[in-house]
Design a binder for this molecule. Sequence first.
Ligand SMILES: NC(=O)c1ccc[n+]([C@@H]2O[C@H](COP(=O)([O-])OP(=O)(O)OC[C@H]3O[C@@H](n4cnc5c(N)ncnc54)[C@H](OP(=O)(O)O)[C@@H]3O)[C@@H](O)[C@H]2O)c1
Length: 322
Amino acid sequence: MGIFSLITGRPGSSGFGSASTAEQVTHGIDATHLTVIITGGAAGIGLETARVLALRGAHVIIGARNMEAANEAKQLILNEDKTARVDVLKLDLCSIASIREFVQNFNALDLPLNILINNAGIMFCPYHLSQEGIEMQFATNHLGHFLLTNLLLDKMKNTAKTTGIEGRVVNLSSIAHQYTYKGGIRFEKINEKSGYSDKMAYGQSKLANILHANELSRRFQEEGVNITANSVHPGLIMTNLFKYSAFLMKFLKFFSFFLWKNVPQGAATTCYVALHPNLKGVSGKYFVDCNEMTPSPLARDEVLARKLWEFSNKLITSISKA
Ligand SMILES: NC(=O)c1ccc[n+]([C@@H]2O[C@H](COP(=O)([O-])OP(=O)(O)OC[C@H]3O[C@@H](n4cnc5c(N)ncnc54)[C@H](OP(=O)(O)O)[C@@H]3O)[C@@H](O)[C@H]2O)c1
């Protein structure tokens, strides 16, 4: 899949391409036996993903920090299909307390968990720290999802074991994972203002999303767990994600309109990786336009992935003790 395929929408070996929509890539798939959590499912690509997964019959739990928007998203899905199963639970990914509370509330629903879609994200924000003192893009895009996934793993493993159905974790990364700090992750200076670049901090967090999925995948295989973990780049889609650079991006889009997708196309790769039977057993891979692609050398670095895993664990332990 190259730039020609992106522009023309020519399908790749999966049979789908940049022009495919989330509805098209899940056509005919029955998801009525599946429960899915999607973070940031109240807006943008996440909302479309939630809508289409619910349309295919999945029980969808939207994790969102803005409950008003989440309830509106739920209503929008129900307006289309009043039999859709959608629940909303409060989740702020830059707060460890909120993540723990979300998991408690989800566990209280006594549901299985087949699929976790780590979709929520922020991009290019000016330097600031989360309440717990972590640089905001790293905290929201990576660390929050890292903790959330860890806290949900027992539930996912149990579901996969008792049902015999393969579990799936899907991390929303970005092609921007290629534009990160030297060495990939600023382990020694993760929260430092000096040298902070809003663009590279985003790239760093999106690199972390791929490394996280890859290390999860390696651990699942080592443990013999029936769960896969993959990452995706959804394409370029004009959503609220661009709020910190809206003027510049709208200007750039004017000249590069042929590279952009609409939201239904933007949700296609996530839905494909979450649901499609073609990907049974496929794990530790990176997908673009519903086809496997090779990410950057740093994203394929297994030592870096393990280092990030240990680092993230230590960071969470130190925040929890504070
Ligand atoms: N759009 C693109 O071109 C593009 C390209 C590559 C990758 N991606 C990735 O795709 C994912 C979805 O992006 P999008 O374009 O759909 O963006 P979006 O429309 O801005 O949606 C992002 C969602 O994440 C939520 N979120 C942000 N911070 C959160 C937090 N601390 N806790 C819980 N939820 C939070 C937002 O909630 P609020 O409304 O409350 O902020 C929103 O619902 C992101 O991971 C992004 O990096 C997007």
